[in-house]
Design a protein around this ligand. Structure first.
Ligand code: PLP
Length: 425
């Protein structure tokens, strides 16, 4: 038995499914046992070095083990790593993020994107005195009860729980709308508008592959929430500091009332945050009565890693990550044109996904089931050839500022080979 097999057996014995998050069990040809990350590469116990386009599911925009981030973590570590008190690091990171994301606003740091969206909903409800939340089919906002909801019999209906253990009473407080459908949203508001506390949206869906919004959809979202006095929450856990330093708000020129953040702002350490309008943020304890607390909120190492990450992005920009994604986009199109199959490549900045058998994916229901199967097999072949793309089509491919020409060439070879085998074999 190989060392990897031994580790997998031990993992399955003690960790549920051998993992701590379900997507990690999906990987074929075999589950990864990651032993190291360096630059654009992740190393698996048996597969060895793989070009990494998963990047920890988004946070590692600077690649693995970036020297500036590493240095900042070590420096912070020298001073102890938990205070239970505000430190200069919290202040600096808060100032830095607000400058880019919400000038004049305030921020509260928590420990995950899940916690951030939970707090944002609580704030929206407290601010408006209403209970209903609107979310969009195909958007993911973390693993808590209010937002693990899927569409009922049709979009616009009250949600049904997506997991056993979530009371239907809770899910019924969440209305499901269709993404990129301004008319549908208008109908929901005309029916329930006076009871809607807030609308939460991934301004670019990053959890159904990648689905960009139409400008008309985002504008309608802003207008309806304003008209009905509901709180507009942009969930920028993925898009924050990825689409631009000001995230999707800056990219599309639309201001939300609250923004949830995570991933990149912690430089690869656990983090989440809610930022936004002062009058809403000041409802949080201790200024207001909306309860939020956390032993690890504003953890010094996460603050230091996030600060170092944003400083590198300020200095070096996102250009290399975007150019690399553009190169992959070209390779994918060229390969699929040659293969003679219909496809859509959805790319926005340094995040992307491809779909097979269709020419347009503007909403989750546009994706064909066979596209997901073919994708999984392409993923499997590519992994065997040393290139790791997201293990499911419903995740995004992310690039970093340290992916370069070598990695594009490796991607080209692996993609070509995989498509040939899967589509023609
Ligand atoms: C858009 C979005 N919101 C929230 C979350 C939850 O974040 P976390 O996994 O840090 O709890 C995720 C996680 O992938 C996400 O993609």
């Amino acid at each position: 038995m190989t060392n990897k097999e031994k580790l997998l057996n031990r993992a399955k014995e003690v960790l549920v499914g051998g993992v701590n998050s379900p997507i990690r069990a999906l990987t074929k040809p075999e589950q990864l046992i990651a032993v190291k990350g360096q630059g654009p590469y992740i190393y698996d116990e048996s597969l060895g070095k793989l070009v990494d386009y998963v990047l920890g599911y988004g946070p590692l925009i600077l690649g693995h083990a970036h020297p500036d981030v590493k240095k900042a973590i070590i420096e912070a570590l020298e001073n102890g790593w938990l205070y239970g008190a505000t430190s200069p690091l919290d202040i600096r990171l808060a100032e830095k993020i607000l400058t880019h994301v919400y000038p004049g606003g305030k921020i509260r740091f928590v420990n995950s994107g899940t916690e951030a969206t939970m707090l944002a909903l609580r704030l929206a409800r407290a601010y408006t005195g209403r209970n209903l939340i609107v979310k969009f089919d195909g958007c993911y906002h973390g693993a808590h009860d209010y937002l693990l909801v899927s569409a009922g019999s049709a979009a616009g209906h009250l949600g049904v729980p997506k997991s056993p253990g979530i009371p239907s009473e809770v899910s019924r407080l969440t209305l499901i709308a269709e993404y990129n459908d301004p008319g549908g949203l208008e109908e929901i508001f005309s029916k329930y508008g006076d009871h809607i506390a807030g609308v939460i949206v991934e301004p670019v869906i990053g959890n159904y592959g990648v689905i960009p919004p139409s400008k008309e959809f985002l504008l309608k979202l802003r207008k309806l929430t304003e008209t009905y006095g509901a709180v507009l929450i942009f969930d920028e856990v993925i898009t924050g500091f990825r689409l631009s330093l000001g995230g999707a708000q800056e990219y599309f020129g639309i201001r939300a009332d609250l923004v949830t953040l995570g991933k990149i702002i912690g430089g690869g350490l656990p983090i989440g945050a809610v930022a936004g309008r002062r009058e809403i943020m000041d409802l949080i304890t201790p200024v207001g009565k909306v309860f939020n607390a956390g032993t690890f909120n504003g953890h010094p190492l996460a603050m230091a890693a996030g600060l170092a990450t944003i400083r590198v992005l300020e200095k070096e920009g996102l250009g290399r990550a975007v150019n690399h994604a553009r190169a992959l986009d070209d390779i994918i199109r060229e390969t699929l044109d040659l293969a003679g199959i219909a496809y859509a490549v959805n790319r926005i900045g340094p995040m992307m996904q491809f779909y097979l058998g269709v020419e347009n994916v503007e909403k989750p229901s546009d994706i064909l089931p066979q596209s997901k199967d073919l994708y999984t097999r392409i993923h499997e072949e590519m992994t065997r050839h040393g290139v790791l793309i997201a293990p499911s089509q419903l995740e995004a491919l992310f690039t970093s500022i340290v992916h370069g020409d070598n990695e594009a060439e490796l991607f080209h070879q692996a993609y070509n080979n995989a498509v040939r085998r899967v589509l023609k074999g």
